[in-house]
Write a protein that binds this ligand. Structure first.
Ligand SMILES: NC(=O)C1=CN([C@@H]2O[C@H](COP(=O)(O)OP(=O)(O)OC[C@H]3O[C@@H](n4cnc5c(N)ncnc54)[C@H](O)[C@@H]3O)[C@@H](O)[C@H]2O)C=CC1
Ligand SMILES: CC(=O)N[C@@H]1[C@@H](OP(=O)(O)OP(=O)(O)OC[C@H]2O[C@@H](n3ccc(=O)[nH]c3=O)[C@H](O)[C@@H]2O)O[C@H](C(=O)O)[C@@H](O)[C@@H]1O
Length: 503
């Protein structure tokens, strides 16, 4: 019988198809009798391994980065900005309940539950790249035994468990598909609150390649999470749940960004209007901003767009709109500088915030990268400030936050408002144009010309002068020299209808 050794006793038991009473399965799991391997010890994997360790007492983490492994074995967390993680890692390693290794196959041979939480990225053609996942699957297959349970937590294109991972495991391990369990159990977790989320902020979705896989995964997460376990029909449904959550967010943000662009011509704060519309439970518009970053939300729509036969125009358009926001943000800066008689090509601009979200050391698809590129393309001199990463690695001259008062910039663009930016002495900085992408800065009482993308939550339009004057100045400056705004012609737009191609 799968799940038990030949003697039929409980030693070296697996959960899948185990001929053991469910209550006893839970006891074996929480007594550390069912060893767990977690593959990927990054921003999500290390917190997950820590919660598995505190629940089961018997976890081996696997990572290809020897520095990551060494630090964990020294009881340290390399992940920053996760409340409680430093202590959890130290405690679990000290208790001998968590260890780390770079040897995936060895960990697989000693584990009975295998958890995949490595990146699922895109290639240059925006097609999903599962190479990392498949390399972990190879490691698992090398040690897979009858009765084992494989759990994928990395977000995957729907059908991946059924069409990629299961066949791969069968082929590489020599086992039949009905000898081991496979389930997709998505990470509903945000950086900065990972432990809180993993321990049970939301129901845990589990979807197995067969009903026994779903059952076994539900046993695991019933113990791991304080929230309910939500079994769904199969692994593909669970994969779709996770991707749909991300697509919903990307489309919603795309709508918020499209509405936010109306603020100038309406002379209102769209943020105030959105905040008020959201009084209604049936209306939950997201926030306008300079773009959508991270290796999740900008990526997940492509997990469908790359494989769907349906056109998916709405998802595709929203993705394009969000990708355009860094250029739109720089276009607004260009217009504000023109209104003050300055030319972006001759301007010195400081970009505040390079990572994709405050407090998170992740720059994949960060809007700041698009902003820096657009500024450089326009000929501006570009500096950058970020407490977590080096702006020089992203094409901007690195400036320390404490040195801002020693410099003189024509403009600043607030892309990602790290908490450290609250200490910026705006009143002491040389007067400049400040484009605030996140409605994060209060410039009242300072000499700066403010432009808040989408307006401010407290009801002020993007510009203090209400906007009409600046657009009028814009039209005057553009028609005075008879010139046309090449940016507008690029998009086929006109001043009356900038960005006509965007529609
Ligand atoms: N970051 C987030 O907010 C969330 C991420 N996810 C999912 O979790 C996945 C992982 O995300 P993060 O932990 O943020 O990524 P990360 O980039 O912070 O960490 C990935 C870790 O995996 C390791 N790794 C790479 N290849 C490996 C291999 N072959 N074997 C073992 N380890 C390997 C890397 O060395 C790194 O330590 C994401 O791609 C996504 O699908 C899900 C929910 C939230
Ligand atoms: C549906 C959902 O809320 N997913 C969350 C999301 O977290 P993630 O860390 O990617 O950050 P995020 O808050 O979605 O922001 C992504 C990007 O979008 C931008 N953003 C976000 C919300 C908004 O209203 N406007 C906006 O412009 C952010 O600035 C950021 O650049 O993606 C995670 C994931 O799936 O990996 C997921 O676990 C998280 O719960």
């Amino acid at each position: 019988m799968a799940g038990e050794d030949s003697a039929g006793d409980e030693s070296d038991v697996g959960l899948y198809d185990a001929d053991i009473a469910p209550e006893r399965q839970r006891e074996l799991l929480t007594d550390g009798e069912i060893p767990v391997a977690v593959y990927g010890l990054g921003k999500m994997g290390l917190p997950l391994a820590g919660v598995y360790a505190e629940t089961t007492g018997n976890v081996t983490g696997v990572d290809i980065d020897p520095d990551v492994v060494d630090r964990i074995n020294d009881g340290e967390s390399h992940v920053i900005g996760e409340p409680g993680l430093d202590d959890l890692v130290a405690e679990q390693v000290d208790a001998g309940q968590l260890e780390a290794t770079t040897d995936g196959p060895e960990a697989a041979a000693n584990a009975r539950i295998h958890v995949i939480i490595v990146p699922t990225l895109l290639d240059d053609d925006d097609d999903p790249n599962l190479a990392t996942v498949e390399s972990v699957v190879d490691d698992i297959a090398a040690g897979l035994a009858p009765g084992d349970l494989v759990i994928a937590e990395s977000t995957l294109p729907p059908t991946s468990c059924r069409d990629v991972i299961q066949p791969h495991l069968e082929q590489e391990s020599g086992l039949d598909g009905d000898e081991f369990g496979l389930a997709f159990c998505p990470e509903r977790t945000s950086s900065g609150r990972a432990l809180e989320d993993i321990r049970g902020a939301y129901p845990k979705v589990v979807g197995g390649i067969d009903s026994e896989s779903t059952r076994a995964a539900a046993v695991v997460y019933d113990e791991l999470s304080s929230n309910e376990v939500h079994p769904v029909s199969d692994a593909t449904t669970a994969e779709a749940v996770k991707v749909f959550e991300g697509v919903y967010r990307d489309v919603n943000i795309g709508l918020a960004n499209e509405l936010g662009r109306l603020a100038d011509e309406l002379g209102i704060s769209v943020r105030e209007a959105i905040g008020t519309a959201n009084d209604l439970p049936m209306c939950q518009l997201h926030d306008p901003g300079p773009g959508v970053g991270g290796h999740c939300i900008p990526f997940y729509p492509h997990f469908l767009l790359s494989q769907a036969e349906e056109p998916m125009d709405l998802t595709r358009t929203a993705r394009r709109l969000n990708d355009e926001m860094p250029a739109v943000t720089v276009g607004r800066l260009e217009r504000e500088l023109e209104a003050t008689g300055d030319d972006l090509a001759d301007a010195s601009v400081v970009v505040l915030g390079i990572t994709y979200r405050p407090g998170v050391e992740e720059t994949r698809a960060s809007p700041a990268i698009g902003v820096i590129d657009a500024l450089q393309e326009a000929g501006a001199d570009v500096a950058g400030v970020d407490p977590l990463v080096d702006p020089a690695d992203y094409g901007a001259r690195a400036v320390d936050i404490d040195d801002l008062t020693a410099e003189s910039f024509d403009a600043a663009v607030v892309v990602t408002p790290h908490a450290e930016f609250e200490s910026i002495p705006w009143a002491d900085l040389e007067p400049m144009v400040v484009v605030d992408g996140r409605d994060a800065v209060d410039l009242s009482g300072t000499p700066h010309r403010r432009y808040t993308l989408g307006g401010t939550a407290d009801g002020r339009p993007p510009r203090d002068d209400g906007g009409a004057d600046a657009i009028a100045a814009d039209e005057r400056s553009l028609t005075a020299d008879g010139g046309t705004d090449e940016r507008l012609t690029e998009t086929g737009g006109t001043l009356e209808n900038p960005g006509a191609d965007d529609v």
